[in-house]
Design a protein around this ligand. Structure first.
Ligand SMILES: NC(=O)c1ccc[n+]([C@@H]2O[C@H](COP(=O)([O-])OP(=O)(O)OC[C@H]3O[C@@H](n4cnc5c(N)ncnc54)[C@H](OP(=O)(O)O)[C@@H]3O)[C@@H](O)[C@H]2O)c1
Length: 310
């Protein structure tokens, strides 16, 4: 397939371009900064300069182009502020960015849109020990600090599913670890001896190595059922203390320092909501069965020990 990809330079984007080209797909990468053209060319993609949030310019950039599918992997979590803003850029990419990419999909004649969602769309809450599946309620407000993030996930999914002429598939990724992902950010915090986990260890969450997320995305592009979402997580949920300890061991940093929840809530309310208030276990059975995918790293410790791609 010829695929138009937004987010090709990101933590998931880079391994995704490798996985797509490795599977024989041709990739046109929407890149905001022409300075990154060589990066995506080096990965085997053809760069086109466009900002997903600039609808008219995006449509001009893809004018005359044809593609079979569009992949939406654009987010703005890197360096995110500790407080969510009304105009949070990742939310905007999920609401308006999806709308614009759907317009681009129609302009290039694409039949399929695969969009990035995440398991946190099940709600920033303590879901207990029950394992969540795609049949569980998704995108509902829960009076949590991060309800707007949940609404963003719901928005991108519903736009994709309701597109009519374009088949929509959503990937509910677990938290990303691996090169340039959340684990690297944590390693930096621990190197600086900054407290980074809530006292008591925090809630349980589900993770996925970016290489495994990339392979799942290719499988969803090829085999995902239109109108369906898939949880993309590994098989071993961990607490934040366990996550930080695994990252410290893999990166050779000092051990994680804990921070009282009340202080975390004051200084970084989003992280408090994510790390202290949220606990979930999520099943990947549907992705295994329908996409024929399975994570190559069964656990975080296994994936963190993997050498980076050469
Ligand atoms: N949840 C959190 O609190 C948090 C906080 C920090 C980091 N993290 C972790 O950090 C990692 C990286 O975050 P990320 O995936 O958001 O960032 P990323 O790795 O930088 O990837 C974002 C991608 O989206 C593209 N993009 C962003 N805005 C765009 C636009 N308007 N038009 C076109 N493309 C656009 C970027 O392109 P450009 O090259 O043009 O930028 C980039 O390719 C993730 O693993 C995340 O989990 C999470």
């Amino acid at each position: 397939m010829r695929v138009l990809l937004a987010g090709a330079t990101g933590a998931i984007g880079v391994p995704l371009v490798r996985a797509l080209t490795g599977a024989g797909h041709r990739v046109v990468a929407l890149v905001r900064d022409p300075g990154k053209h060589d990066l995506v060319r080096g990965l085997g993609a053809e760069p086109v300069t466009a900002d997903v949030m600039e609808r008219d310019a995006l449509l001009r950039a893809v004018e005359g182009m044809t593609a079979d599918a569009v992949l939406h992997e654009a987010t703005a979590l890197r360096g995110a502020a500790p407080r969510l803003k009304v105009d949070d850029p990742t939310n905007a990419l999920r609401h308006t960015g999806t709308e614009n990419l759907l317009a681009a999909a129609r302009a290039v004649g694409a039949r399929r849109l695969v969009t990035q969602s995440m398991i946190l769309g099940y709600g920033y809450a303590d879901h207990g020990d029950r394992v969540l599946t795609e049949s569980d309620a998704f995108g509902l407000p829960r009076r949590s600090y991060a309800d707007t993030v949940v609404a963003g996930c719901e928005s991108t999914e519903q736009q994709a599913f309701g597109a009519g002429d374009v088949e929509g598939v959503a990937l509910r990724y677990g938290l990303f670890y691996g090169p340039r992902a959340f684990s690297d950010m944590f390693a930096d915090l621990m190197r600086k001896r900054r407290p980074c986990v809530p006292t008591g260890g925090g809630g349980t969450n589900c993770w996925i190595h970016v290489d495994d997320a990339a392979r799942a995305t290719v499988a969803a592009l090829e085999r995902g059922r239109p109108g369906h979402a898939y949880n993309i997580v590994d098989g071993e949920p961990v607490t934040w203390r366990e996550f930080a300890a695994a990252v410290a061991a893999a990166h050779g940093t000092p051990p994680p320092r804990a921070m009282p929840r009340s202080l975390l809530r004051l200084g970084a309310p989003y992280l408090a909501c994510l790390m202290a208030d949220t606990s979930m276990r999520v099943s990947n059975a549907k992705a295994r069965e329908e996409l024929g995918w399975q994570p190559s790293y069964g656990s975080l410790s296994e994936g963190l020990a993997a050498p980076p791609p050469g």
